[in-house]
Each structure stands twice: as C-alpha cells, then as structure tokens.
Design a protein around this ligand. Sequence first.
Ligand SMILES: *Cc1c(COP(=O)(O)O)cnc(C)c1O
Length: 221
Amino acid sequence: MADVKDNLEIIKSELGDQITLVAVSKTKPNEDILEAYNAGHRDFGENKIQEMTDKFEALPKDIRWHMIGHVQRNKVKYMAKYVHLIHAVDSLKLLKEINKRAQNEDRQIQCLLQLKIAEEDSKFGLGKDELMGILQSDNLKNFKHVKVVGLMGMATFTDDEAQIHREFSQLENLYFELKDQYRFDTLSMGMSGDYKLALEHHSTMVRIGSKIFGKRKNSAW
Ligand SMILES: *Cc1c(COP(=O)(O)O)cnc(C)c1O
C-alpha cells in the first residue's frame, strides 16, 4: 500500500510553495483521493472524462479537477460545469467546443495548449507553427469563455536524461517567448519520473501520479 499522505508531504517539500502539484489519480479509487484530500490536497488530475465525472459527483466539491488526457470534443459537455483546467488542448475546433459548453454553464474555462516535444513518435500535441496559428487566430479572440493560460508537454519516457532536458528546454523556450504577450502563467511539465528535471526548466505545474498513489495496473507510465 502506498502511503499517500507521506508521499504527498515529501513531494510538496521538494516543490516548495511556488509550484502547483496536480496529484494524478487516474485508475485510483476514491478512498485514495480522500486520503490526499484529508491531508489538505485539492488539485487532482484524470485522463478520462467519464472517470473524472464519476469522481467529481462522489467527492467533495472544492476539489479542483484537471483534465490531463486527450479530449474528445463530444465529451466536453460532461465536464464543462466543473473542470478547473484542461491541459492538453490541441486544436481550435476543440477550443470552440469548450467555449460553447462553458458559455452554457456561464463560466470561463482555463486551458493549456499541448506542444509536441517528445522526439519519439507520439500521437498528440501541436507543432510550434500550429500552436502559433491557434494563438494568433481571430477566432480565439472571440472565444470569451475560454482562457489559454499556458503550455503543457510530455517528454519521452526514457532513461536518457539528456534527451529529456532537450525536450523540456524546447517547451521552456517557447513558454518564455510567449509568456508576456499572451499573459501566460502556467507551464505544465513533469511527471513522477522526470519532474526534478522539469523544475530545472522552470515548470510551474507538475502532474504526479505513481509517486503519490503507487504504481498503476496495466499502464505504461
Ligand atoms: C498518467 C499521467 C501523468 C502521471 O504519470 P506518473 O508517471 O504516474 O506520475 C502525468 N501526465 C499525464 C498526461 C498522464 O497521463
């Protein structure tokens, strides 16, 4: 059994109070989430909208739910009333749908654009040009119910630290290039295996699962 409270405290002391810790609770039961909640933690991350919504219904309402996985447009409506931050936005069409659903709920939803940084072939995330295209599009200015607050990325799952450094620095450089103009305040990068490297590259938000809740079954990471 993972000692959730102890793990949280160790990681929080490493992060200090400037870095936001998203405790990634995907596949984990509500009891584990409550253990972290009772230790004072409020930010939790999930990668499936259905699972996150079930947990939202069952758990205390002051939890801030982070959608960290790939988002299908037809499922945005299920999380629009409560999601705190959507990390992996990868198209203008998706932003349009989030804007529409947020408007129905009379809210503004915060989003991050996911940059593809992994050198390995990975399915999700934007190239730099595509990302700039979204930020510069006139449509985005009309989406009053979404707010793009920064960038997110995932490094390759590898032991090669030099490679992880290269991938994180790409994201870091783009973040600082855009930060002032677009009023960004969030750089979401770093997971259990690589968050210490991410912090060296000025990550402001880390997404940590297994190091808090223990290993997941049937999962590559
Ligand atoms: C699962 C997941 C994490 C957390 O992974 P760990 O290695 O368990 O810390 C972080 N980010 C994303 C996008 C994930 O899907």
